[in-house]
Ligand binder design. Structure first.
Ligand code: NAD
Length: 547
């Protein structure tokens, strides 16, 4: 759960304490609260610290009315402001909203729930208004693309065309809470980056930080990934800005069905085929498939991949991303003359990708000495049992309390001495700050965008061999493609067939990438990007421009 930094500027001690205690008790949010009693004190705090939200009483000992608002607005920029108004000052509070405050609440008449929701929504709305495209991930995706475009001498016209997605849809959608008293409104997205190559393909992410920029970055990477693997898809991505761990199963189902309905004109087996990503799974895909099918009037399993096998899902899809990554680790080890049976690995993230990667590494004889989830890292230099870890997570939903290892932070985990490091959680984990302390020989990226450009340069200088995300985690979309092929042909493949074909596709992409890297003296990430971008550019030129 993300911490929201709130500054409460309020001179009445009673109201200050009340607001603090209400926010502190919220079950679905975590607030770090600071307070100020006077405007000058508040302004000083705003100058020193980046807050996510300001709760502001307009009538303070050293400033009153709109002057208070204007001065806070000047100092805080885009930070959302929720006005705390007295009963007599409602007109003034309304004027502040007109001037840019997100909301106002009347002191003494506001219930705890209302206050929490007003603050949460203010943060979300301000984010939507000011920062939709402004995501570090989108900057990273664009920078990586521009670097590759420069090195390959990409045609200017095509470069401009590919820098932003072709279609993006932003929706707000409501869903009912279980008590049927509350309706939540959240932001949802679907982005299609390139429609040249065939239908588009990309996962659906449920995470509180999802926005248009992040979704666009992920869609762009999907384009390069599909082209690199020679799959007949353009890239897409979707998501909802919500923390799914705070929802009941019924709430998750209602949210998913409404989100599907909102994006239904964009998706379809010949248009755009979603799949799971962070925070979504087979069950969520089954609900997407059912909602779509209800609209069409008959079952359309081929509208999503990563479904349960009983609904037309492919054998081997669930573990495909981890399995594909480990196929590549095996190729890379041969390339680097590394003996896997004497190697150690550290895996960040113990969800779908991380836990499967850890399992297959263990099966190949690699000693997995560290794993982590959002709550903790677990380290044991003698090796961890992946089975025991999975059983612990199945029971407790977290790695916390795992008995056969030492608890460490995610930061420490990334810096452990090891041969193979697998980031399989979040973006932006290996940065210019920690890259000098990364100690692996092989970085096998399961997550999307885990390494910044600055970190890339440092890792290159250190001689770390990188399996970049668009190659490293492409096993997922590859078996998703197999699932779509099976569904459209009404024909089921055996697990052996799926894994054999996956192996062939992964190894072929690895060899093309390493050959290009060696021939053109490029790092692996740039080589993989150019391999993908070139195919898209060729397809665009072949189709020509309409009209
Ligand atoms: P998941 O939701 O199944 O698991 C995510 C894991 O990361 C969980 O263990 C979670 O606790 C952990 N985590 C979350 N935030 C963290 C943080 N700040 N620090 C450390 N750990 C954290 O998600 P997933 O499907 O395994 O996806 C993981 C990554 O792999 C994402 O970047 C996703 O885009 C990428 N990916 C997934 C697939 C797929 O098939 N699922 C395919 C390609 C790429």
């Amino acid at each position: 759960m993300k911490t929201t930094k709130a500054l409460v500027i309020e001179d009445s001690a009673t109201h200050r304490k009340l607001v603090e205690s209400i926010l502190a008790k919220s079950e679905d949010d975590h607030f770090a609260i600071e307070t100020a009693q006077r405007l000058d004190e508040g302004l000083q705090k705003l100058a020193r610290t980046q807050y996510d939200v300001v709760l502001l009483d307009l009538m303070l000992p050293d400033s009153e009315g709109m002057e208070t608002f204007d001065r806070v607005r000047q100092q805080s920029g885009h930070v959302p402001i929720v006005v705390l108004s007295g009963v007599d000052d409602v007109n003034m509070a309304a004027r502040a909203v007109e001037a840019g405050a997100q909301a106002f609440l009347v002191k003494g008449e506001t219930e705890a729930k209302q206050l929490i929701r007003a603050v949460r929504y203010a943060v979300q709305r301000a984010h939507a208004e000011h920062a939709e495209w402004d995501a570090p991930m989108f900057h990273l995706a664009q920078q990586q693309f521009l670097k590759a475009a420069h090195l390959m001498g990409l045609d200017d016209n095509i470069r401009e065309r590919l820098l932003f997605p072709q279609r993006s849809l932003v929706v707000t959608l409501p869903f009912r809470r279980d008590d049927y008293a509350e309706v939540e409104t959240v932001f949802g997205y679907r982005v299609q980056h390139v429609l040249t190559m065939g239908p588009t393909k990309g996962g659906i992410r449920y995470h509180e930080e999802v926005n248009l920029g992040e979704t666009s970055a992920l869609a762009m990477w999907m384009t390069w990934k599909c082209a690199l693997m020679r799959l007949p898809f353009g890239g897409a991505k979707g998501g909802v800005a919500i923390d799914p761990t705070t929802l009941s199963r019924a709430e998750l189902q209602r949210l998913t069905r409404r989100y599907t309905t909102e994006i239904i004109t964009m998706i379809g087996p010949d248009k755009d085929i979603p799949a799971p990503d962070m925070g979504t799974n087979e069950q969520v895909m089954a609900w997407v498939m059912d909602t779509y099918s209800q609209h069409i009037g008959h079952a359309v399993p081929e509208v999503v991949t990563g479904k349960p096998v009983s609904l037309g899902g492919s054998l081997g899809r669930r573990e495909a991303t981890g399995r594909g990554l480990v196929y590549l680790v095996s190729e890379a080890a041969a390339h680097l003359h590394m003996d896997l049976k004497r190697s150690t690995a550290v895996v960040q993230g113990f969800g779908n990708v991380g836990s499967n990667a850890a399992k297959f590494l263990e099966e190949m004889g690699v000693r997995v000495i560290g794993v982590s989830d959002v709550n903790t890292g677990i380290y044991n230099e003698n090796g961890l049992s992946i089975n025991a870890l999975s059983e612990h997570v199945a029971k407790h939903r977290t790695l916390v309390g795992f008995p056969d290892g030492q608890e460490i932070t995610n930061r420490q985990l990334l810096e452990l001495p090891c041969d193979i490091l697998v980031p399989a959680a979040m973006q932006n984990q290996i940065t210019g700050e920690n890259a000098p302390r990364i100690q692996c020989k092989l970085l096998a990226e399961g997550a999307n965008g885990p390494t910044t450009l600055e970190a890339d340069e440092i890792l290159n200088e250190k001689g770390v061999f990188v399996l970049p995300d668009i190659l490293g985690n492409a096993g997922g979309v590859t078996v998703s493609y197999f699932e779509w092929v099976q569904d459209t042909q009404n024909y089921n493949w055996t697990l052996e067939e799926v894994n054999d074909r996956l192996h062939k596709v992964m190894v072929d992409a690895f060899r093309r990438t390493t050959m290009r890297a060696q021939r053109d003296k490029l790092d692996m990430r740039t080589a993989a990007l150019i391999e993908g971008v070139q195919r898209v550019a060729e397809a665009k030129l072949a189709r020509g421009l309409f009209p």
